[in-house]
Design a protein around this ligand. Structure first.
Ligand SMILES: Nc1nc2c(ncn2[C@@H]2O[C@H](COP(=O)(O)OP(=O)(O)OP(=O)(O)O)[C@@H](O)[C@H]2O)c(=O)[nH]1
Ligand SMILES: [Mg+2]
Length: 316
């Protein structure tokens, strides 16, 4: 059996090492990556993907840890992808390390992986999407994706998730102002964590007020929950709300979402294929080096060179 077939079999058998290896192949964008995705594709689409975002330090990882525990109690298997865990709070793969150290380390029903945001732009959501597929094919019922809510990652998390949870916390008031434009639109569920803190009610009211300002008619009305992730208070309510959203999606919104997703992915895939094949051709004919040289010597700017490439493609 070839390496790809072996990995695919391993993932389907829920073998931890195969899952880890397959994810590494995806992350590094190795040549086998598309083959693995292609062979697992039909076994995907069952998991509920939950995106968790919010300012750094709001308690996302702590909350996820508690969610994992509750989900396991109800017999659900869980995959977690922590994207770009490089904030000053965690200084790296904190969630993974912390949870691994605890009871989940020997639990076959939990798989946690940190992914670095190293090859950014576009590549991240593609890689994340494919890693979700690996976990999905390996039979995980719920897949949680954690990202820090800042700029681009907001858009990305919507692209890959069925349910988006925005986690805020008191004392991050300025942040709320700064991020509200982007973040308030994407949440299906809002959480004000650190409800044990003094200003929690104030933050809760602020978030509530912001949501009420949005008068756009939507069939799903986001709500704001309070949690204390450290003690686990409010987690049961959060899970109930997540379940409500899943039920809501099943009634139709899910199909609409999937169609939009299929279209976006197809567009991305076509773009990528076209770009790769043009560049491969240019390299093959030796043209690539000459074009690069034009930019280096300032004979032409990159856009003019790209125009030139396109004209040749169209007119031969
Ligand atoms: N007081 C209080 N502290 C909390 C609560 N939940 C989390 N914390 C603390 O807040 C800090 C940040 O928690 P994390 O879970 O790492 O936050 P995060 O949002 O994942 O942070 P980044 O991944 O760095 O964006 C930690 O010191 C937690 O112990 C809570 O409910 N109450
Ligand atoms: Mg975290």
């Amino acid at each position: 059996m070839g390496q790809v077939a072996q990995l695919v079999q391993g993932v389907l058998r829920r073998n931890r090492r195969s899952i880890a290896k397959a994810i590494t192949v995806i992350e590094n964008n190795e040549p086998e990556a598309p083959k693995i995705v292609a062979q697992l594709f039909q076994k995907t689409g069952k998991a509920h993907v939950i995106g968790i975002t919010g300012p750094t330090g709001s308690g996302k990882s702590t909350l996820i840890e508690k969610l994992i525990r509750e989900l396991r109690k109800s017999g659900k298997t869980v995959g977690v992808i922590a994207v770009d865990p490089t904030s000053p709070f965690t200084g790296g793969a904190f969630l993974g390390d912390r949870v691994r150290m605890q009871e989940h380390s020997t639990d076959e029903g939990v798989f946690i992986r940190s992914m670095a945001n190293r090859n950014a732009t576009g590549g991240l959501s593609r890689a994340t999407k494919d890693v979700i597929r690996i976990l999905d094919a390996s039979g995980k019922d719920v897949i949680i994706v954690e990202t820090v809510g800042a700029g681009q990652s907001e858009v990305e998390i919507v692209k890959v998730s069925n349910t988006v949870i925005v986690v805020l916390a008191p004392g991050l008031g300025d942040d709320i102002q700064a991020i509200k434009a982007g973040i308030m639109e994407i949440g299906d569920i809002f959480v004000v964590n650190k409800a044990d803190r003094q200003n929690a009610n104030k933050t809760w009211s602020e978030v509530q007020a912001m949501l009420e300002m949005n008068t756009e008619e939507k069939s799903w009305k986001p709500s704001v929950l309070k949690t204390k992730a450290l003690t686990g208070e409010g987690i049961a309510e959060l899970l109930a709300r997540i379940e409500e959203h899943r039920e809501y999606l099943k009634k139709g919104a899910f199909e609409v979402h999937r169609k939009g997703e299929a279209e976006t992915e197809l567009v991305e895939a076509i773009k990528q294929k076209i770009v790769e094949s043009i560049i491969a051709d240019l390299r093959h004919t030796g043209e690539w080096e000459k074009l690069k040289q034009k930019i280096l010597t300032k004979e032409a700017d990159p856009y003019s060179v790209a125009d030139e490439v396109l004209k040749k493609l169209v007119h031969g």
